[in-house]
Design a protein around this ligand. Structure first.
Ligand code: PLP
Length: 466
């Protein structure tokens, strides 16, 4: 305990002066009523931004009656452990049906024999296939120094996976159209390459890589092609039927061997699920782990996780079956229309350039103004954009709450004013920078790593125990 450590900024810990700090278990517990009141207050305050329609990404559905229904379902199975398959066969049924519905949407009928797993989120749905392709390379081809080629725009969880599994990453640059440079990928495939990755769409710019061309390369070299559809996998399929020009990315594209699609994003489930599909069960097999001689009993598991709540499986299943194809299509229509309006509006502002040709996640940059100053101004008007780097840019990932009437129009008015502000900012250095997951934190000195360190400092600055 360090009683003298400086207190971290109030912005990161706004409750420290409002509510008791629970740094050790109380002998006499607090009442349920008090806790319910405390968290009801906090949750309502924190929910305001997400519900306002001024937030990029993160909150995908935003309907509280939808969330109330899903939590009602969650409640029925919150305490159930999916691991205990004999006790909860309904979880097995629901998981199987979540996988089947996702596979149907992504044209699994075109795969050899589509199979899948429900994971805890996008990151796990990217970590598993990296393990699978490493194992496939090792077992089938004797590769001991595996390599994977990722577009620089591919989600960083793939780098994390390769770091965990000792896979060398080659970062493929972008071509002039902001999509992965397929020629570079072709030239850099070696005998050690176990897989390629393409995104649909990628996190920074929302763009779909040329999956057809990547599929050709994957087939030529008999290697995997994972399509990261964590973000777009549950949204883009509806665009095609609505008449939007959507680059093919699903199992209809020859050479695609796995796809991730997050049910907790545009699948409108509660946070904590994603679907990972493989073109055949033998690929999925490489992510299984079995250990027959453990004193705890013969152990076999299909993926990373051990115990998992049945609540999240049931709630995800309930989201899919109560929204239905017509519901997903209707919401997607509003999202694509709002994104098109915002894209056109950004394009009309001479100082800004939209990156590539996005459908739902509109990123833009500038050669004239510092976009982080633009971000500062938008933050002051209540918007929370995602700030990017290399190059500096902002993106507005359109979700259902952003489709409310008037939101796009107000955004474009504020964006135009933000550009004017950025031409003559009151201080030379913008307050915001690019920090994944933190939005445009209005404190230029706060780096994500600082935030983590602050968490530790905060613990150390708690009052010493007697
Ligand atoms: C394209 C893409 N892939 C993967 C992820 C990681 O998903 P998660 O945050 O659920 O782990 C994200 C998150 O935004 C993403 O946009």
């Amino acid at each position: 305990m360090n009683a003298h450590a400086p207190k971290p900024p109030l912005a990161m810990f706004p409750y420290r002066d409002r509510f008791p700090v629970e740094d050790k278990l109380r002998e006499v517990p607090r009442s349920r009523e008090e806790i319910l009141a405390e968290l009801t207050t906090v949750a309502a305050e924190e929910d305001k931004l997400g519900m306002s329609g001024k937030l990029s990404g993160s909150v995908y559905h935003g309907g509280h009656d939808h969330y109330d229904f899903l939590t009602e379902i969650y409640r029925l199975y919150a305490h159930a452990n999916v691991l205990q398959r004999d006790m909860y066969p309904s979880a097995t049924k629901m998981e199987g049906e979540i996988i089947a519905m996702t596979a149907d949407m992504l044209h699994g009928e075109c795969a050899e024999q589509v199979s899948g797993v429900v994971t805890t989120g996008g990151t796990e749905s990217l970590i598993n296939p990296m393990l699978v392709y490493r194992e496939r390379g090792r077992i089938e081809k004797g590769i001991t120094a595996p390599e994977v080629i990722l577009p620089v725009t591919a989600h960083v969880a793939l780098d994390k996976a390769c770091h965990y599994f000792g896979i060398k990453v080659l970062h493929a640059p972008l071509a002039d159209n902001w999509l992965v440079d397929v020629d570079w990928v072709a030239k850099n495939i070696t005998a050690n390459t176990v897989a390629l990755v393409g995104s649909a769409g990628n996190y920074p710019h929302g763009l779909i890589d040329p999956i057809t061309e990547l599929g050709q390369l994957a087939m030529q070299h008999d290697i995997g092609l994972h399509v990261d559809g964590c973000l777009g996998g549950w949204l883009l399929p509806w665009g095609e039927g609505l008449g939007y020009d959507i680059t093919p990315f699903d199992f209809r594209v020859p050479g695609v061997t796995s796809i991730s699609a997050d049910t907790h994003k545009y699948g409108y489930g509660l946070k904590g699920t994603s679907v990972l599909l493989y073109a055949n069960p033998s690929l999925r097999h490489h992510q299984y782990f079995a250990y027959p001689t453990w004193p705890g009993g013969l152990y076999a598991s299909p993926g990373m996780s051990g115990s998992r709540s049945g609540g999240i499986v049931a709630a995800t299943w309930a989201a899919l079956v109560t929204i239905g194809a017509s519901g997903y299509r209707d919401i997607a229509a509003d999202i694509f229309a709002t994104a098109a309006k915002i894209k056109a509006g950004v394009n009309a502002i001479g100082e800004l350039q939209v990156i590539g040709d996005p459908r739902f996640n509109v990123a833009f940059r500038s050669d004239v103004v510092d976009v982080y100053h633009v971000s500062d101004y938008l933050t002051s008007k209540g918007w929370r954009m995602n700030n990017l780097q290399l190059p500096p840019a902002l993106h507005f990932c359109i979700t259902r709450p952003n489709t409310k009437p008037g939101i796009a129009e107000q955004y474009l008015v504020d964006l135009q004013a933000a550009v004017e502000y950025a031409k003559h900012p009151p201080q030379p250095k913008a307050r915001s920078g690019a920090r994944y997951g933190l939005g445009a934190e209005p404190d230029g000195e706060t780096k994500m790593i600082d935030a983590m360190a602050m968490g530790l400092d905060f613990m150390q600055s708690l009052p010493p125990r007697d």
